[in-house]
Ligand binder design. Sequence first.
Ligand code: BES
Ligand code: MN
Ligand code: ZN
Length: 506
Amino acid sequence: MEFPVQTANPIKVETACLVVPVFKDGDLLPAAAKLDDASERLIGQLIERGDFDAKLGNVQMVPFAPGLNADRLLLVGLGHREKCQEGAFCKAVDAAFTALSALPVDDTAVAFTDVPVPDRDCDWKARMVAEAAHRAVYRFTEFKSEPEPAPQLERVTLLVSEGSHAEAAREGARIGDAVGQGINLTRTLGNLPGNICTPRYLAERAERLAADSDGALSTEILDEEALEALGAHSLLSVGRGSAEPSRLIVMQYQGAEEPDEAPHVLVGKGITFDTGGISLKPGEAMDEMKFDMCGAASVFGTVTAVLAIRPKINLVAIVAAAENMPDGRATKPGDIIKTLKGLSVEVLNTDAEGRLVLCDALTYAERFAPASVVDIATLTGAAIIALGHHATGLLANDDDLALDLLDAGESAWDRAWHLPLWDEYQEQLDSNFADLANIGGRPAGTITAACFLSRFAEAFPWAHLDIAGTAWQSGKQKGATGRPVGLLTQYLVDREADSQVEAGDD
Ligand code: BES
Ligand code: MN
Ligand code: ZN
């Protein structure tokens, strides 16, 4: 998809569909006002006659409009002016692109950057628009014999009323375009069924990403033999019951001016299917456990966005991939395993498997002497109970890192919420037989899961994102969301500025 920026008068723009946002009350925005003047008060009349209610998210297609060079006009309701904040803006943008994706148009021009949103500039609005365009045209039809026709949208022109905003809009669209592509890859990997998307499949995708990167990305895959030799017995214990072999996938991107600059590390939980193992899950909605690799998928999506943006940072992306199955050889409750770090773990519940693959991946991350490590995981059902489906859970051993991630989430409008990682919770992991247990009982399940991980993250600033509530939707809209690719990409792009400040050349 392309995102050119134009300062042209909206009535002069030649496009298959001009998109004009309208408030429910108050004056028309500049684009709508110009259009109204040129068209015998088309918008004013539509509203007065009750043919268009500019309620938030309402859309009205006008198949042809006098005085316009555009083939069609799409009006989008913004709701009340005083309530126009980030959520409302994004809802209106989403509604517009959802409508556009159902129209026979390959090109549109949108006047969203003039919509006033407190504390948000043109760059941010352009970012949200580009990202929304990608999300709206996404379809997952690989397994449909007769898929519905795919949306045709290919070019989204961003109209800016002031020339001085053009550069900001261009930069915003560049980031939003990259994030949108990353989000859609994440959704596809998440949506793929467990019989296709196996640990070996994820390893192949990493190799494909590297092959298509013009040398910007390198990949290393550790197979079970290599993991055994390394001593990653905790990761291996999870895949023991599966016919699909486990993999540790490592991708490296070197973008920093200083080649040895400490890298930022992302670690993704890649359980390609989570039955619970011997501690078998109930059958209801178990199909959704194909999404248990969405942390890994978000790492792939973020790497994709980074390859498009090319920030001047070093990045290491690690995916811990395994399938959790019950079997004669599977790990049993009570089994004691030795982690890569050397700590022994009593596996009291084989369904708490995410932390068992992540702990070895975190230990592996130590060898990169990282500037920061962020793991992303569909780790606990308790995160859904605590935060629902809107906020990603954030826990960290470093408050500065936690703040950077919270900021990135606000900025990308892909938000997280900070939960406490106090020492008091650690004793819930005490084991009678090993160094620690892999579960901490029912209270604060999201926190005790993070406590477990924290034991393996003592050597670097580390944060954990629990995306159990945000990575996918259930019900009629079932499918991966692509979160938190927006947050992660923003976090990494912001780190470029950090390292320039440190080097004193900003
Ligand atoms: N992948 C699940 C977490 C999950 C469950 C995410 C449902 C989204 C929806 C994870 O492996 C798991 O099973 N966690 C257990 C931990 C418990 C045994 C301590 C859970 O949350 O029930
Ligand atoms: Mn589980
Ligand atoms: Zn799981």
